[in-house]
Design a binder for this molecule. Sequence first.
Ligand SMILES: Cc1ncc(COP(=O)(O)O)c(C=O)c1O
Length: 346
Amino acid sequence: MNQPSNWQKKLVEITPKGLNKVFFADNGSTAVDIALKMSFQYYKNKGLTKPYFVSLENSYHGESIAALSISDMGLYKDVYDEILIKSLKTSSPKDQSEEESKRALIELEILLKERAHEISAVIVEPLVQCAGSMSMYSPSYLVGLRKLCTQYDVLFIADEIAVGFGRTGKLFACEHANVSPDLMLLSKGLTGGYLPLSVVMIPDFIYDEFYSDYSNYKRAFLHSNSYTGNALCCSAALGTIEYLESNDIINNNQEKIKFINEELQKFKTLKNVKEIRQTGMIAAVELQGYKSEDRIGLEVYKYGLDNGVLLRPLAHIIYFMPPYVISKKEIKKMMDVAYEAIKRLP
Ligand SMILES: Cc1ncc(COP(=O)(O)O)c(C=O)c1O
């Protein structure tokens, strides 16, 4: 963490203001674990014990014990109930409206007012809860969350593992709200999805709380994994960032985002479609009128395969998260095949 390499400097340069230091890991769940440990120890080093973390209902942050604990996915976590760490849930905004954003913030504030003294951090997936049915919410929630975390002295962790690197239309989802979180987690798109790497970005004020001379070594953040900051993966990350920049990928995606939006509208005409939603390069079509045992997503998946499109529905949510190399012609094909698949459903 002491000697910034070129690509660390690059990460500092492109991420939201103030995130000046980089801690390496090798997968998303480990980055989540690191962020939780770091938040807890940050307060511990200041003489405060705050053993709880707050996360949103319907959230997914990975599958290590700590990441599962703060996630809200019964299917993956219920069996481990007795060994999970302390976590509190607050409701997520249920849609992209300002009303929902306000309602969820009021609920969070009630919790923080009562318990902030024992809460180290609030962790969210900014704008899109991907594994949670591609549920989307307004940037205003992040603005309010930033204010509340500062006001109640609780750290704000932005888990941009899925939404970072252009997925929401801007390089980072937090940019839509113009906020800097206290800890930001990146993986997946960091290496273009090709090699395992993750990072935890933090500001100086957190770093300084751990930094000390040797006599005070217990203040240090002790966390290491064999493949932490693997050189090959770091090169892939640097290459990915350089490619994104030199080919102006985020700007070029704007036209594709617009085209996806136009194509998405036709799904509204189908009786079995409850809602369409989109945030940048993520679009979702929510079906209605089916029971979970119908495994309706499987039918859509099979139709897609037979017609040259790999769709991977989340139960009754048919979603699109295409690679940025996709052409307009391929977007059209992807949406047309999904449309036909949904239209043919019983
Ligand atoms: C938002 C989010 N956080 C954390 C993770 C966990 O990352 P990994 O699968 O690399 O452990 C994921 C994985 O899908 C994710 O979507």
